[in-house]
Design a protein. Structure first.
Length: 208
């Protein structure tokens, strides 16, 4: 049986609330989907996501990922900006330090053998992907790995025109924190638009 799962960094409690508020403020009269909530679709920064076979055990694999690289108690990432991403996505883009590349590499090392490659969406329209995103999608079934890795918190999705307008008017609607703090790793069930719909496993970053 195929399960659509992800591995993510979760913001600290304060920044969890900030991301939820940010979605509300930039959307204005247009609601972005899915709605972020502390007890529902959690704000998060995906490390990797995709289809997995039944051999994937969330607790075991999260332990491998967290234990295979040295992580600080908190990861503090600078805001790059609120950006539009085809098609219809609104992202809070974050910086990409070497630490994140190392974390994603550890995740891929642990998870690749559990990927259900037969479940990859080979019919997906990738014409709006960059060359590195297409290469990532072909290899892992996920758009953002390696050179294509784009750390971000998804603020939601809307029709193209609405999403572009939300990004254009964001500076008028809200003030974005300059940095975001993440203090936990999670394995989650993917919901609407890849949302962090259900937490299956969670661990502090610096847990030994």
């Amino acid at each position: 049986m195929t399960s659509w799962l992800g591995v993510a960094l979760l913001p600290s409690a304060d920044h969890m609330r900030s991301a939820i508020q940010l979605q509300e403020e930039i959307g204005g009269e247009h609601q972005l989907h899915p709605t972020l909530a502390a007890d529902g679709n959690l704000p998060h920064m995906t490390v990797f996501q995709g289809p997995f076979t039944a051999s994937f055990d969330p607790e075991t694999e999260l332990g491998k990922i967290g234990g295979s690289t040295t992580l600080p108690k908190e990861i503090r990432l600078a805001t790059v900006g609120i950006v539009y991403q085809p098609t219809g996505w609104v992202f809070l883009s974050l910086e990409k330090p070497p630490l994140l590349h190392g974390l994603q590499h550890a995740a891929l090392e642990a998870l690749e053998s559990h990927l259900d490659r037969e479940a990859f969406d080979t019919s997906k329209d990738t014409t709006h992907f960059s060359e590195s995103e297409r290469a990532s999608f072909a290899q892992y079934g996920y758009r953002y790995t390696g050179d294509a890795y784009a750390p971000h918190i998804t603020l939601g999705r809307a029709e193209e025109r609405i999403a572009q307008n939300v990004v254009r008017t964001a500076p008028e609607r809200t003030s974005v924190p300059s940095h975001w703090v993440f203090d936990r790793l999670s394995v989650y069930v993917m919901g609407e638009h890849g949302a962090h719909a259900q937490t299956l496993a969670e661990r502090a970053l610096d847990r030994t």
